[in-house]
Design a protein around this ligand. Structure first.
Ligand SMILES: *Cc1c(COP(=O)(O)O)cnc(C)c1O
Ligand SMILES: [Zn+2]
Length: 415
């Protein structure tokens, strides 16, 4: 991998060769998350916007020279990436925002943005000759790993809190993963996964532990900019739990600035649930010392007590001049309804959270009406039908009789 210079600890700045360490900085243990450092001059010899314009590869692998994999490594067969970026005109009109865009990562093969990271993780596992992968997850990282692993015949062992939504657990089981449903929190599942993986030698997919995962996530930032003709938006909003996605977006934007492919830096807005706002709190206090919270929110994918990728997340928001904001569960449910009814997009709660954040940021004057805004919907609503039903309300039950239909329809008109 000539284009990768090394792995740099986010805490001490020490750089390591890619063959020297597998996961984290040896001096800092599990908190010493590493960041992949690239040689942009080498990368620029292989890829640029002109060559991309004629690429027929509509997956994340169109950006392969920017990913930390060997050029000859085969990609998994599932189609990951190049999800649609919609100009949401109807919804935008309703809000008085003519430049509102929605990127729907619910359209990934396992229906969440996590596939971008899992795809890179799978390639790394195969490069290293690993046969078993493990992950701890609030749900989506696991179901994503399970699907991608199944596509190439890798085994996987999954740790999820037993409260994860049924849809996500069903995905895991259908893809044939070994599922350990932990009678505890996500944070406990995470620690347990690390301990067991070290004992058994499994290759760990965990976000904010394996340095290559956020590199997959950064492709969402590339796509947004490319789909907008390399004219960067003013804002990108995303739901934040561990902070790995927003850290990855920050990395992707930094890559694009280093390569000179975008003219300005979009601001990142991290949207957290009020009941799970450790990063928002730290950002407000202007510190990187994050204090854990007791998480409670309907948005399971961003329900995190101690965000694992906190340093990268906080730096991504500061680097881009963005902000964090919090939203209530009620606001998230309202955002799910609006996305569904005014844009035809069905998001799971964490996927709708950034739209709830946009509504709040507009109200508070943080985002102007004319600004070009991208809302990144990170997961599909079918993953958590229980939450969707809370947002959606109930159908009208009728007798199998036309008179009952007429009554129902006329009551609608009256109402
Ligand atoms: C994982 C996830 C998030 C949050 O990502 P972090 O990297 O934990 O901040 C948001 N939405 C969905 C649907 C997710 O699966
Ligand atoms: Zn270190």
């Amino acid at each position: 991998m000539k284009h990768v210079l090394g792995l740099k600890c986010v805490l001490c700045g020490q750089e390591y060769g890619v063959d020297e360490v597998l996961y984290v900085c040896p001096h800092h243990g599990d908190d010493g998350i590493l960041d992949v450092v690239y040689d942009y001059r080498e990368i620029a010899r292989h890829i640029d916007p002109v060559r991309l314009a004629s690429s027929q590869d509509f997956t994340i692998w169109r950006y392969k020279p920017l990913l930390p994999v060997k050029p000859e490594s085969p990609a998994p067969p599932l189609t990951v990436g190049w999800t649609p970026l919609y100009h949401a005109k109807r919804l935008g009109e309703k809000l008085g925002m003519p430049n509102l865009y929605i990127k729907d990562d619910g359209r990934q093969p396992t229906a969440s943005l996590k596939d971008r990271a899992s795809a890179v993780g799978i390639v790394k596992a195969m490069e290293l000759g690993k046969e078993v992968m493990s992950a701890a997850s609030t749900g989506n990282a696991a179901s994503s790993l399970a699907g991608l692993a199944a596509s190439v015949g890798l085994k996987c062992i999954i740790f999820v809190p037993k409260t994860a939504p049924q849809g996500k657990i069903a995905q895991l089981l259908i893809y044939g993963a070994t599922v350990l449903a932990v009678d505890g929190t996500y944070d406990q599942a995470f620690d347990l996964c690390l301990e067991a993986s070290k004992e058994y030698g499994w290759y760990i997919r965990n976000t904010a532990y394996n340095p290559y995962l956020s590199e997959g996530k950064k492709t969402a930032a590339y796509e947004i900019c490319e789909q907008l003709g390399w004219k960067a938006p003013d804002w990108i909003l995303v739901g934040v739990g561990d902070g790995c996605i927003i850290g990855g977006l920050g990395k992707g934007l930094r890559d694009l600035v280093s390569l000179g492919w975008i003219d300005k830096l979009p601001k990142l807005m991290g949207v957290q649930a009020e009941g799970s706002a450790a990063l928002y709190n730290a950002w407000k206090e202007g510190t990187e010392e994050v204090k854990p919270v007791e998480p409670h929110t309907i948005a399971d994918s961003i329900s995190v007590g101690m965000p694992r990728d906190r340093i990268k997340a906080l730096r991504a928001v500061r680097y881009t001049g963005g902000a964090f904001i919090t939203v209530s569960d009620e606001e998230i449910l309202e955002a799910m309804r609006l996305l569904g009814r005014e844009a035809g997009i069905f998001a799971e709660p964490a996927g709708a959270a950034p739209f709830a954040g946009l509504l709040k940021a507009r109200k508070e004057g943080l985002i102007g009406p004319e600004e070009k805004v991208v809302v990144l919907v990170t997961g599909n609503g079918l993953k958590d039908v229980g939450a969707a039903m809370k947002a959606a309300g109930n159908p009208i039950i009728v007798e199998p009789d036309i008179k009952a239909v007429r009554e129902a329809i006329s009551s609608l008109k009256g109402g």
